[in-house]
Design a binder for this molecule. Sequence first.
Ligand code: KIV
Length: 247
Amino acid sequence: MLTAYTARQAQLLDAHCDILLVGDSLGQVIYGLDSTLPVTAEMMIAHGAAVVRGSYHSLVVVDMPFGTYEGSKEQAFETASKIMAETGCAAVKLEGGQAMAETIHFLTNRGIPVMGHVGLTPQAVNVLGGYAARGRSQQEHDKIISDGQAVQDAGAFSVVLEGVIEPIAVSMTKALEIPVIGIGASADCDGQVLVTEDMLGMFERVPRFVKRYEDIASVIDKTVATYAEEVRKRTFPTKDQTYQPKK
Ligand code: KIV
């Protein structure tokens, strides 16, 4: 599983991924915001529809943004059904464990497949006090495990487990029947997810759990420098890129 925010990105990832996540991380990655909190349902719908248009094989999951589902299960249904109807995605993802169980139950009983998200939940950054790994105290360890169980019992078809100490990921993956998708969790999870721009090397600073498989930022920098130089020297465009009158 990888994130995707645009149609072309989805086309490139589709053959390799089982799931494409239109994550609310688009707030930081695409819009340059400080957190996911200002992301709106309209933003998610615009990018979700683009990703659905660019994918053929992968299951497309769209994040429910902060403030659009926590108020009540009815509010969650309204947002989730709008996202599904207007994007054509197959499922939605929402953050929270036991606190969201009733909502997940309500949605899944009304035709909305839900992926849960527990552990480090970025929409709760102001309550958690930052993005540090979770579960170092026994109390928090037990709570995260119970959150995963609650999400499964409520009917979620899968759960993202983010930013936890590895033993939690190992125990949760063993305990749950639904696939546990790790990010900053463990190689023992059933699957993995990363923000595509992070793993491609678009950013210099990434969380410790990210492996930068490429250095795309340097490729772009070099390529654009060559373009700028050729434009200034007037060696671009050449005859190959210009139209001449027909003979
Ligand atoms: O918003 C997002 O991209 C996510 C993943 C990192 C799991 O929720």
